[in-house]
Ligand binder design. Structure first.
Ligand code: SF4
Ligand code: SF4
Length: 107
């Protein structure tokens, strides 16, 4: 079984995102989507750290979580969980939030 604690993941500055969709197309794990405002959003438990999304963003608004600002990590809206996320996912999420100082919760 995949260890969800192993991944750093990415944080998205949705203020800067222009909704081009390049990251969504580039992600091999379907871990990115548009939210209702056509801003990119991460599906937390699907992300697998290949970071191809960072390279294709034309406005450089995707960051490795370990390189993102505390301000961004405190901003709500840039990630969610899969609808069927279970207890193991929630526990891994809490560990990840603590490890990286992610104050924002999932939407
Ligand atoms: S780091 Fe990889 S898996 Fe995660 S959202 Fe970006 S492209 Fe997708
Ligand atoms: S590539 Fe960048 S600007 Fe385009 S949708 Fe993704 S985060 Fe937004």
């Amino acid at each position: 079984m995949t260890d969800l604690r192993a991944f750093v993941r990415v944080a998205i500055d949705q203020e800067t995102c222009i909704g081009c969709g390049a990251c969504i197309e580039a992600c091999p794990h379907n871990a990115l989507e548009f939210d209702d405002n056509v801003k990119a959003r991460l599906v937390w438990d699907l992300c697998r750290d290949d970071f191809s999304c960072i390279e294709v963003c034309p406005v450089d608004c995707i960051y490795r979580v370990n390189e993102a600002s505390q301000e961004l990590l405190s901003t709500e809206g840039w990630y969610r969980l899969s609808p069927d996320a279970g207890e193991d996912v929630l526990e891994a999420l809490e560990d990840w939030r603590e490890k990286y100082g992610v104050k924002a919760g999932p939407v």
